[in-house]
Design a protein around this ligand. Structure first.
Ligand SMILES: *[C@@H]1O[C@H](CO)[C@@H](O)[C@H](O)[C@H]1NC(C)=O
Ligand SMILES: *[C@@H]1O[C@H](CO)[C@@H](O)[C@H](O)[C@H]1NC(C)=O
Ligand SMILES: [Zn+2]
Length: 173
């Protein structure tokens, strides 16, 4: 009886692994990871698009080796309510931009911001920043038109989820 239950559980887990792997195929590029919504696992960004966009108001800035990339700029940004966010910046991300552009209190001068929420579950993932000055000089990698700030606490590297869903496999030994 106990054995049977065990078997059913295994089948359940195996089924889940299959769906997850099929739904979010692994990035083919070496040393890169997909960044997933921590709440629902939806694909949010590719670590390939992480870039450094320092905010002059950052409370703290450090380099971390995360998501298969070396020296990723992680900034601690503080909002007007005193809430801290550890944020990485990405040139591209898949999220829904919520509400009108806000010009005030932007962490990045010259950019307005909107909330960036998971397309699948609506979880707050960070912000989309959009250049407000259209007469600005030519775009460079530092002077990009739109980018995203993603809250580390609300995203997850795909390889971390791999290590989680591997656990049920160990029961088979
Ligand atoms: C993620 O795991 C895959 C397969 O195990 C590997 O090829 C890839 O390099 C890993 N990425 C990182 C950043 O470790
Ligand atoms: C990351 O930073 C270290 C220390 O500054 C440096 O030696 C290394 O070359 C950097 N790696 C990359 C990929 O920029
Ligand atoms: Zn989500």
């Amino acid at each position: 009886m106990f054995y049977l239950l065990h078997l059913i559980l295994l089948t359940y887990f195996t089924g889940n692994i299959y769906t997850l792997a099929e739904k979010y195929p692994r990035s083919e590029k070496n040393g890169q990871e997909l960044l997933l919504c921590r709440k629902c696992g939806a694909d949010v960004a590719d670590s390939y698009y992480l870039f450094s966009k320092p905010s002059p108001g950052a409370y703290k800035t450090e380099k971390q080796n995360i998501f298969g990339q070396q020296n990723v700029t992680v900034q601690t940004l503080v909002n007007p309510f005193g809430i801290n966010f550890e944020v990485v910046t990405a040139e591209k991300a898949r999220c829904d931009n919520i509400g009108p552009n806000q010009g005030a209190d932007s962490w990045f001068p010259g950019y307005s911001w909107r909330i960036c929420a998971c397309k699948h579950c609506g979880q707050h993932l960070g912000w989309t920043f959009e250049k407000t000055d259209s007469n600005a000089p030519k775009e460079t990698s530092e002077n990009i038109k739109t980018f995203h700030g993603l809250i580390l606490k609300n995203i997850l590297g795909e390889n971390f989820t791999d290590s989680l869903i591997m656990m049920p496999n160990m029961y088979r030994m």
